[in-house]
Ligand binder design. Structure first.
Ligand code: N01
Length: 548
């Protein structure tokens, strides 16, 4: 491979990568393996990304651990054993640290360093990257590995600054842990983070008050320790499993049954749903029938099944009633739990419906809603994230003519990308698991590996072909963005106000930001784009002779 354009100085790199989570670390590994210089900048003091920041009690992955790991190294697959079906946050963080050590990745990561801005210089065809340390570096490629859910959202409650107790957001949890013993704790939010944290906090705290705005569908995870024999079999068959994951819909080697919920009798449906409920896991209910995410009538049947389970589990009917979700099942992130609904049977847990009586303010001593005041020693915000674009907008990214990404995607216009990997006007910038890729509606590990490998192959191709600049074409990007929306509009996803739609952030432009065509189809599309010489992108040599 030609080594033209490769940089060797301490401030000039072939690529700058933002973030040392799963995507940033693998990007670094691949860039190094293919002979490029790279520097990763990470705001935290260690590797881990999401799993570094989200240390709240009960945090664990809801994709089975055997599928939620890197698959690029056979050696790594053989060496690492997950203790349980769903790994807890500390175990996942240990895994990432193990990977960083094994491949000696830390030497190219600069920790405690936030990227403040990145500006494309059209004369030099390079990015200038400004760090919070005051340093500036430059790179031919600017690669964001910032995650989809890393910009925490603490709603602007009036009076928060007056609260005399402790408060924490689940996405920025203190490393030294939090002591709930003897405390009156309030938790705001009942999404995936809240539902994982509530049962664990309830066991420790003197009293836990849950402030719920939208009741959620959740089904049992039924976590179990991993049997060594099972792991042995998985290892033996991993190449088949990996192929299935890569060509599946969600990156998990399972497919929906090819049958409508209306093809079965009510008794048979009940049996099928019951079996899925007892088995547990993320997709078993959703995959019971092929129309549950598509037609309101089909969705209503599975939704009612889950509501019946909540009524069965929660002893006090008035509490059960408040916990019954009414939106389309699956249109907010599907959640699996350990003893979530059972927790409401404890004497030290109470549920407050803040849709009925919204939170008015946080006072010095607790939370005041429209109809009551709750005295608290601690507040936990499980209030989610400014997803997808939020982490990108934390950096002042400016492409050609000084236009910022925020400006380009602002003002009610929809986020526009080509394949979720690039965006017109921002040459030589790649987004790993960016908006309009399968990202958060897939097994992130499969999507991360696919993106990293695609970007790394693209950079090698550019180098081999003596090309200096790659930029998404505007028409290709419009076609892709429209395609993403068309697919989403055929589902029920766009009918619910969720963070997928940007609806959880005040003033944020609404639009469904994820490609729903499946990771297998997406991979094929991206591969075809590459095989055809990166069709849909403009490639330019340093002397500006366009190839495509
Ligand atoms: O955040 P969320 P999350 N007043 O946005 C409520 C991933 N994840 O951190 O629904 C009162 O889902 C809000 O109410 P509403 C996963 O992809 C994965 O829980 O907007 N309440 C909601 O109940 C997940 O989807 C795992 O009405 C307010 C909650 O806060 C994503 O991260 C584990 C409010 C926010 O829920 C985000 O999950 C954890 C207000 N002003 C997370 N503002 C895994 O297992 C917000 N809320 C892999």
């Amino acid at each position: 491979m030609s080594s033209f354009q490769k940089s060797n100085s301490l401030t000039d790199f072939d690529a700058v990568v933002v973030g040392a989570g799963f995507s940033g670390l693998y990007m670094l590994y691949r860039l190094r393996e293919t002979g490029f210089t790279a520097r990763v900048f990470e705001a935290g003091d260690n590797v881990g990304g999401t799993w570094y920041w989200n240390r709240y009690p009960g945090a664990r992955c809801d994709v089975e651990s055997i599928y939620y790991n890197y698959t690029f190294s056979e050696e790594l697959l053989k060496e690492w054993s997950w203790s349980a079906k769903y790994a807890e946050q500390p175990e996942i963080l240990s895994y990432i640290n193990y990977v960083a050590d094994k491949f000696d990745l830390r030497r190219d990561v600069q920790f405690n360093t936030r990227v403040q801005s990145a500006q494309y210089n059209e004369k030099k065809n390079r990015w200038t990257v400004q760090l919070n340390s005051g340093e500036k570096v430059s790179a031919q490629y600017f690669i964001t590995a910032v995650g989809c859910l890393s910009a925490s959202n603490v709603p602007k409650f009036k009076g928060l600054e007056n609260f005399k107790g402790e408060w924490h957001h689940t996405g920025h949890w203190p490393h030294e842990g939090v002591d709930f013993q003897g405390k009156r704790v309030g938790i705001i939010g009942t999404g995936s983070s809240g539902i994982q944290a509530i049962p664990v906090i309830a066991k420790e705290a003197k009293h836990l008050t849950v402030f719920q705005r939208t009741p959620q569908y959740s089904s049992p995870a039924r976590n179990t320790p991993n049997d060594p024999e099972h792991l042995k079999n998985i290892r033996k068959n991993y190449s088949d499993i990996r192929a299935k994951m890569r060509h599946s819909i969600t990156g998990i080697p399972e497919e929906p049954r090819n049958i409508s919920v209306f093809d079965d009798s009510p008794e048979e449906r009940q049996r099928v749903f019951e079996e899925a409920w007892q088995k547990g896991g993320l997709l078993n209910l959703t995959y019971s029938y092929n129309d549950l995410s598509i037609t309101p009538e089909a969705n209503a049947i599975v939704a009612e099944f889950i509501r019946s389970k909540i009524r069965e589990t929660v002893i006090k009917p008035e509490v059960a009633e408040k916990l019954l979700p009414r939106f389309y099942y699956g249109t907010k992130r599907t959640i699996i739990d350990t003893d979530y609904f059972e927790t409401y049977n404890r004497d030290n847990v109470s549920l407050v419906d803040v849709k009925e009586a919204p939170i008015q303010e946080i006072t010095a001593t607790g939370v005041k809603t429209e109809d009551a005041e709750y005295e608290l020693d601690m507040i936990v915000f499980a209030t989610g994230f400014d997803a997808m674009t939020g982490p990108l907008f934390k950096i002042d990214i400016r492409g050609k003519d000084g236009v910022s990404l925020k400006e380009k995607w602002a003002g009610g216009s929809h986020t526009r990308t080509y394949l979720g990997l690039g965006t017109a006007g921002f040459p030589n910038m790649f987004m790993l698991t960016g908006p309009e890729s399968p990202s958060v509606l897939s097994n992130m590990m499969v999507s991360i590996e696919q993106h990293v490998e695609w970007v790394s192959d693209c950079i090698s191709y550019m180098c081999d072909q003596n090309q200096a600049v790659i930029e998404a074409k505007e028409d290709a990007e419009n076609t892709w963005s429209n395609h993403c929306r068309e697919i989403a509009d055929q589902t029920l996803f766009t009918k619910t106000n969720s963070w997928y739609m940007g609806a959880n952030i005040e003033g944020k432009a609404r639009g469904f930001q994820i490609y729903l065509g499946g990771v297998g189809t997406y991979r094929t599309i991206c591969d075809e784009v590459a095989e055809k010489g990166y069709v849909g992108f403009i490639l330019t040599a340093s002397e500006k002779s366009a190839v495509n």
